[in-house]
Design a protein around this ligand. Structure first.
Ligand SMILES: [Mg+2]
Length: 226
């Protein structure tokens, strides 16, 4: 049974430290492909541990691709590693402010995000947020699996767009159809593209794109309105 309570729309930090925010409820909707998006370096410019509202800048095409997913009935889910929280660089309050601003910017361009998941863990994190390989931190698939529990998502038919190879790897670990690696953010750094492309294999496709705008061409889930 999928959640349908209005209370789900408020954000919360789950017992295991995972930030969960379901912004759109899909009562009784059949399971369908979703578009999973990394945040920093895919939707907005990666300024390095983004935590200030005045540093939020959308990457060209991000709002348009999200709006297209909206039109196609494809849930859009942000899955973001926020190790800066675990490292003590900023807290959930700053994250929440940045999120609120980012979602408002997207909304002003006709783009709606269905849900947001954020993992605060980091191998060098502090206290409870120190973990060498937390199940919710990409490349582990925990955030995508949590999304499947709360939204009508068919993981096997879903796609991931990311600038880090570990984003694509998280998609593979969640048994998605495929991933699109982009060169914005960290995408062009130290072997990220090569590593991302090497993750392709049986049942998992990896495409290369310059940015989220170009990634849309590889996302067949955006071509059929439902
Ligand atoms: Mg990124």
């Amino acid at each position: 049974m999928l959640f349908s309570e209005a209370s789900m729309k408020t954000s919360r930090v789950r017992e295991d430290g995972l930030w969960i925010q379901v912004l759109r409820i899909w009562p009784e909707a059949p399971r369908r492909p979703a578009l999973f998006l990394d945040r920093d370096g895919v939707i907005n410019e990666d300024v390095g541990y983004l935590h200030r509202v005045d540093e939020v800048r959308l990457i060209p095409g991000a709002a348009e691709v999200i709006a297209e997913a909206n039109r196609c009935g494809v849930p859009v889910v942000i899955v973001t590693n926020q190790g800066g929280i675990g490292l003590g660089y900023f807290g959930w309050e700053e994250f929440a402010s940045v999120q609120k601003h980012l979602l408002a910017l997207l909304h002003s361009r006709g783009a709606e995000v269905d849900a947001v998941f954020a993992s605060p863990y980091h191998p060098r994190g502090r206290g409870n947020y120190a973990h060498p390989d937390h199940p919710t931190r990409k490349p582990r698939p925990g955030m995508l699996l949590a999304a499947e529990e709360l939204l009508p998502i068919d993981l096997n038919a879903s796609w991931m767009v990311g600038d880090h190879a570990r984003d694509i790897e998280a998609g593979r670990n969640a048994s998605l159809s495929g991933g699109v690696h982009v060169l914005t953010g960290h995408g062009s750094r130290d072997g990220q593209r090569e590593t991302a492309l090497s993750l392709a294999g049986e049942g998992f496709v990896v495409h290369a794109a310059a940015s989220i705008a170009e990634a849309a061409e590889h996302l067949s889930i955006l071509s059929k309105p439902t």
